[in-house]
Design a protein around this ligand. Structure first.
Ligand code: C2E
Ligand code: MG
Ligand code: MG
Ligand code: MG
Length: 291
């Protein structure tokens, strides 16, 4: 009967939820182990000077080589790490690993900077500044080669604590970037209050520049504002030559995206740096993830 069919639909739904909950529980236990057992790894994506094609830095992006599930992207486990508080340990590992590798890269004539994504929970900890200082001291990376990427919502959560902390780090040379700019609270008033160096314009704004005139003018206004505030500007998620050309035209200094390279492993970074500057573009090996 219809009633029975209803019941079995509900039962199927229940058991699916149950399976998902179990799955998450399992993944959570796994993550705890992964942090201590070398299953996390970093891929690095270059940032490129638009005018010249020269690599100026890399962003460290975490992945999880799960023994059963394969290579997982941050979307598959960072939110869970945030919920459970494991993100603090995760990001501590990322900070130390990324600075270690960044030192190796300082032998290159470009002396590329290294950008690390910082989560809210990490930033509000009283020992955050000390942790960054320790990563710099232990690795030997010059402070001005490290960029901390922070999203708008993260900074706005606890302005009074966060501003002096960022100012302290900046006073010793560490650079601070606002990540995914334009997707958060989008209040421009706070921008002038923040001790920052770099604005990373979110991919959603770059997606529109080649196709949509109105979208392009908003993106152009953001880039102009960033320039007026003496910030460096990075265009995120540049995928095609038209976007790169448009960005050059509006004097955006730096780009990042698949057009130049996907995030790559350490060997891939060395390979990118060994290429002649004008040959960078689009051809880096594709890596596929499960999300
Ligand atoms: P994000 O910091 O904005 O990083 C940029 C993301 O955009 C990366 O995704 C990168 O692979 C992707 N991307 C770059 N260029 C292109 C492009 O041309 N087209 C497209 N479609 N995508 C592009 P990924 O590696 O999956 O990272 C996603 C997010 O996860 C990051 O966004 C960041 O918020 C977070 N994340 C990554 N690593 C860490 C970490 O170590 N700690 C924390 N807390 N979060 C991290
Ligand atoms: Mg980032
Ligand atoms: Mg970003
Ligand atoms: Mg983004």
């Amino acid at each position: 009967s219809a009633k029975d069919r209803g019941k079995s639909t509900v039962a199927a739904y229940d058991s699916r939820l149950h399976a998902e909950a179990l799955d998450r529980l399992e993944l959570r236990a796994d993550l705890q182990r992964a942090i201590f057992s070398n299953e996390l790894l970093l891929h690095y994506q270059p940032t490129v000077e638009l005018e010249t094609g020269k690599i100026v830095g890399f962003e460290a992006l975490v992945r999880w080589q799960h023994p059963v599930r394969g290579l997982l992207s941050p979307a598959a486990f960072v939110p869970m790490a945030e919920e459970t508080g494991l993100v603090v340990q995760l990001n501590t590992w990322v900070l130390f690993e990324a600075t270690r590798f960044a030192v190796v890269l300082q032998n290159d004539w470009r002396r590329p900077t290294m950008a690390v994504n910082i989560s809210a929970q990490q930033l509000v900890r009283p020992d955050f500044v000390e942790q960054v200082n320790r990563a710099l001291a232990e690795s030997g990376l010059p402070a001005d080669r490290l960029t901390l990427e922070i999203t708008e919502s993260v900074v706005l959560q606890d302005l009074e604590d966060v501003i002096p902390r960022l100012a302290q780090l900046r006073s010793r040379g560490v650079r601070v970037a606002i990540d995914d700019f334009g997707t958060g609270y989008s209040s421009l008033a706070y921008l002038t209050e923040l001790p920052i160096d770099v604005l990373k314009v979110d991919k959603s704004f770059i997606d529109r520049v080649a196709s949509d005139a109105q979208g392009a003018s908003v993106t152009e206004a953001i880039i102009a504002m960033s320039h007026t505030m003496n910030l460096s500007t990075v265009a995120e998620g540049v995928e095609v030559a038209e976007q790169a050309a448009w960005l050059r035209q509006v004097r955006c200094p730096i780009g990042q995206g698949y057009y130049w390279s996907r995030p790559v492993d350490e060997a891939g970074v060395h390979e990118l740096l060994s290429r002649p500057t004008n040959e960078l573009g689009g051809s880096a090996d594709l890596v596929s993830y499960r999300t």
